[in-house]
Design a protein around this ligand. Structure first.
Ligand SMILES: *Cc1c(COP(=O)(O)O)cnc(C)c1O
Length: 430
């Protein structure tokens, strides 16, 4: 992929990974709705099973529609390769799986998508893995949390719920020093706003469910590897640097070089964990990505207009959008997200819990849902929904106090969204 001529993002989002179908000339990527693929002969089958030849065996591992999507996302992220999976949460497990083992830990940002906090604080313990949560704005705290058993640092580019921006370059330098990869969840930024690999990240994970698909139709995920990490520089990553018994003692890092992590993800991860994306889902996401830059531009323009309007409204105490000059993260925007600070942020509503509940109930265009990154504008009141099990002090620490609502700004007409917020705020604070 690195020797391709340097094409623009808008060209790559339409063309990368896709070519006219060799059998029919079909211009659009066909949905290869098949489980298995006929081998040319017994030698061909043997070569495929030994990873000596790349090809299609069985759709739990590889499928041409999914392969087109993998290549497209990896290209847009500037990575060596990508592996698509059934959801964003599957992508996170697939990213960690080759790195981790019983007793190993990750250092994770304390500001993450709520489901990721649960996955990392509860569920991964069943594998003997653990996570230490830190404020990633404090580099000393990140360094102090790393120990000999740490195998990765994990953060989000634009974090839920407040839209805080991570200093990816700074975190990558800390990860380099510790000899471990930085994993960045780039769901809320998308490669149009930020390419974490250019800032030193080793792995990028996505929930393709959100902006990449963009229309709220299918769940999916993707892990992209930079291809730049030296898995043999220390003894921390035996899955990649030591002989693999299930492939005749092959060492992935030696045999596959920059594609080691990607092939491990397919040949071991998808083979044995089975968190496979189906070709229908890959089709919807390929359709979505064709217009990614156009949608993200409008998402960002709308978010800026609406955040500015809300910041000047007396019924609102404050707005956390990093695109506003008042945000402590505004200085990071030109460096990390030069095309804009995304479209996800929170507002503090005067009148607290009751006003927030009324605001959510009185909106017409905004939908009250636990989702983000749709073409539609979305709103949620975390304290009465996703964060309702937490004590008030914990809610406040998570940026989700009783007076907070989270907005995911869509691509509708900005003036319509402002009018909707205006009438609902009037009812909420009457
Ligand atoms: C939605 C989301 C996830 C989880 O993705 P699913 O596709 O729902 O499994 C992870 N990270 C972020 C930032 C998300 O928004």
């Amino acid at each position: 992929m690195t020797d391709q001529p340097k094409l623009g993002f808008d060209t790559l989002q339409v063309h990368a990974g896709a070519r006219p179908d060799p059998a029919t000339g079909a211009r659009q990527v066909p949905i290869y709705q098949t489980t298995a693929y006929v081998f040319r002969d017994a030698d061909h089958a043997a070569a495929l099973f030994n990873l000596q030849e790349v090809g299609y065996i069985y759709s739990r591992l590889t499928n041409p529609t999914v392969a087109a999507l993998q290549e497209r996302i990896a290209t847009l992220e500037g990575g060596a390769g990508g592996v698509c999976c059934s959801s964003g949460h599957a992508a996170q497990i697939m990213a960690l799986f080759p790195l981790m083992g019983p007793g190993k830990n990750i250092v994770a940002s304390s500001r993450l998508y709520g489901g990721t906090i649960t996955q990392f604080s509860q569920t991964i313990k069943r594998f003997g893995w653990s996570a230490t949560f830190v404020d990633i704005d404090d580099p000393k705290a990140v360094e102090a949390a790393i120990n000999d058993d740490t195998r990765a640092i994990f953060c989000e580019t634009i974090a839920n719920p407040g839209g805080h921006i991570a200093d990816i370059d700074g975190l990558a330098a800390i990860a380099d020093k510790a000899g471990i990869p930085l994993i960045v969840d780039n769901t809320t930024a998308t490669p149009y706003l930020c390419r974490p690999i250019e800032h030193g990240a080793t792995l990028v994970v996505h929930s393709t469910t959100k902006y990449l698909t963009g229309n709220g139709t299918v769940t999916g995920g993707c892990v992209v590897d930079s291809g730049k990490f030296d898995w043999k520089a220390n003894d921390k990553f035996p899955s990649l640097s030591q002989p693999e018994p299930a492939y005749h003692g092959m060492v992935f890092a030696d045999a596959l070089g920059p594609m080691a992590f990607t092939f491990h993800g397919i040949a071991i991860g998808l083979r044995d964990l089975g968190m496979t994306m189906n070709p229908q889902a890959a089709h919807y996401t390929l359709m979505g990505i064709e217009t990614l830059s156009l949608r993200m531009e409008r998402h960002v323009q709308n978010a800026m207009k609406i955040a500015t309007w809300l910041e000047n409204d007396p019924r609102v105490d404050y707005v956390t959008y990093a695109g506003l000059e008042s945000s402590p993260y505004s200085k990071l925007v030109p460096k990390i997200c030069p095309n804009g600070a995304g479209a996800l942020f929170t507002i503090a509503v005067k009148g607290g819990y009751d006003a927030c509940v009324k605001l959510v109930d009185n909106l017409d265009i905004f939908s009250h849902v636990a989702n983000l990154g749709d073409t539609r504008s979305l709103i949620i009141h975390p304290a009465s929904t996703t964060h309702r099990q937490l004590a008030e002090a914990q809610q406040v620490a998570a940026g989700a106090g009783p007076n907070i609502v989270r907005l995911s700004i869509g691509i509708e007409t900005a003036e319509d969204l402002i009018a909707d917020l205006d009438q609902a705020l009037a009812k909420a604070t009457a």
